[in-house]
Design a binder for this molecule. Sequence first.
Ligand SMILES: Nc1nc2c(ncn2[C@@H]2O[C@H](COP(=O)(O)OP(=O)(O)OP(=O)(O)O)[C@@H](O)[C@H]2O)c(=O)[nH]1
Length: 231
Amino acid sequence: MSGQRVDVKVVMLGKEYVGKTSLVERYVHNRFLVGPYQNTIGAAFVAKVMSVGDRTVTLGIWDTAGSERYEAMSRIYYRGAKAAIVCYDLTDSSSFERAKFWVKELQNLEEGCQIYLCGTKSDLLEEDRRRRRVDFHDVQDYADNIKAQLFETSSKTGQSVDELFQKVAEDYVSVAAFQVMTEWCQAATSLFDRGQGRGPGPEGKPVLLQLLSSLSHHSPGLGEFPQRAWT
Ligand SMILES: Nc1nc2c(ncn2[C@@H]2O[C@H](COP(=O)(O)OP(=O)(O)OP(=O)(O)O)[C@@H](O)[C@H]2O)c(=O)[nH]1
């Protein structure tokens, strides 16, 4: 996978033992490793290619170490991340406090990073509801406040794991499409302001049509409406 182009840098954050590595294992290899717990040292990277509609998106996932000993190192890994999956263990309230710590960090230092809150080990609640230590509605309110998405997953059973990563990729595609659309609108407005929109561009086609075909190329579907309206 080395040298592979990555579309979305995703970072896994959260207290040690919450299940970050297990989440990545379940998603990438569709397996749940049993055996003695091995804490992550530093960080691990894996890339996963996936589909969103007719587009291919490559997620580059950084699995960080949850131990506070590696806190400074985890900061290096969330730099430039477009998405952060901030994990907490549904059976451990202190892990949710730690999740809030990471959310604050991201809000202060990585403004452009979309946050996904992930309550892990939901299978343990299936076995015994009394084990829940983090209330769903409290977290949902918190998630709404910070404009984050909320998922409750189990790496053991696979519950909601694919949905979580799929949402990350889908959000990336819609944000990218929105950016292209915004840039296109700005370019079109500026051409119209200068009265050049219908003039010929470098390929002999009207400049606006050239912009539209570039928009359609980057975001299939988005270019259809204006193209129909203006030709
Ligand atoms: N029952 C259950 N156990 C889980 C689940 N996810 C992880 N675990 C267990 O929780 C322990 C910690 O999991 P890891 O994935 O190593 O946790 P981590 O967050 O990567 O830990 P650090 O690397 O120390 O940050 C392991 O014993 C896992 O088997 C889950 O969904 N259900």
